[in-house]
Write a protein that binds this ligand. Structure first.
Ligand code: ZN
Length: 268
């Protein structure tokens, strides 16, 4: 089975459209989203609608949670964006229109966000936005493999041996091995990691809408599995998209800091 993994869309429609078109071209059996559909970006409604329509399911990310409930540990730009996003999505807000159809659309989106799960298991796969011990909020940074080996080892203890944990949250694509080590997607031949038999790894497909590895192109991955979800390989993809289209929309919305557009151009 071929499964496309997308994550951290952050309400960036220009990036999401290009990624979905590429996924359609390559052909997959299903698309899974690892969370953070919204937050930071200018297109929350369109992105929630596309994920609801195209993905088999999505996890709840810290930004989805922040919009629904309360933004915690967010910087000023992220917090302001979360409150603006909530106003775009919350039913019965005048921003959403007051017609019956508009209220129904807003209710459907709000309900979709509200039912997102924090943890999904299938076969030997464990899926969380952040980490197995703090599914919504903990970052597993690439540099942790060197600088906080103990932390990464503790996280690996929460993953069953010979299984694969799928995460998002850091916006950096690659694979963690239990040595621990981090293999950046950009350094893999053809962007492919083939799972060794019995290997326990953590896979991050990177971010569709706000990459942070200094490569501003949209990131996603395609996972190949055999019978009983037996892990075979994961291939990472990077795609150019019209970043300026999103930057211009961010500039036009006063509640979204211009810095949120600048970081898209820089990929950080
Ligand atoms: Zn994110």
């Amino acid at each position: 089975m071929r499964t496309a993994l997308i994550s951290d869309i952050h309400a960036n429609l220009a990036a999401l459209e290009v990624v979905l078109a590429d996924i359609d071209r390559r052909g997959v059996d299903r698309i899974l989203c690892l969370g953070d559909i919204v937050g930071y970006g200018p297109d929350p409604k369109e992105c929630v609608d596309l994920v609801a329509k195209r993905c088999e399911w999505s996890l709840m990310g810290n930004h989805d949670f922040g919009v629904l409930y309360e933004p915690t540990n967010f910087n000023a730009a992220a917090e302001s964006a979360a409150y603006w996003t909530r106003r775009q999505l919350e039913p019965s807000r005048k921003e959403n229109g007051t017609g019956a159809e508009e209220v129904a659309d807003a209710t459907r989106r709000w309900d979709f966000l509200g039912q997102l799960r924090v943890r999904v298991v299938f076969g030997p796969f464990l899926c969380v936005h952040g980490s197995p011990r703090r599914p919504i909020n903990e970052y597993i940074f690439p540099e942790d493999a060197q600088n906080s080996a103990r932390k990464v080892q503790d996280i690996f203890k929460r993953i069953k041996p010979a299984s694969v944990c799928l995460v998002g949250h850091t916006h950096v694509p690659g694979v963690f091995t239990d040595d621990p080590d981090f293999l950046p997607a950009a350094e893999m031949a053809e962007g492919i990691h083939r799972f060794a038999a019995g290997e326990t790894v953590i896979v991050n497909p990177g971010s569709v809408g706000q990459p942070r590895d200094l490569d501003p192109r949209a990131s996603y991955a395609i996972l190949e599995t055999g019978e009983n979800h037996d892990p075979q390989s994961v291939q990472f993809f990077r795609l150019d998209y019209d970043i300026q289209r999103t930057v211009d929309k961010i500039k036009a919305i006063s509640e979204l800091s211009d810095w949120l557009g600048e970081r898209l151009l820089q990929g950080r």
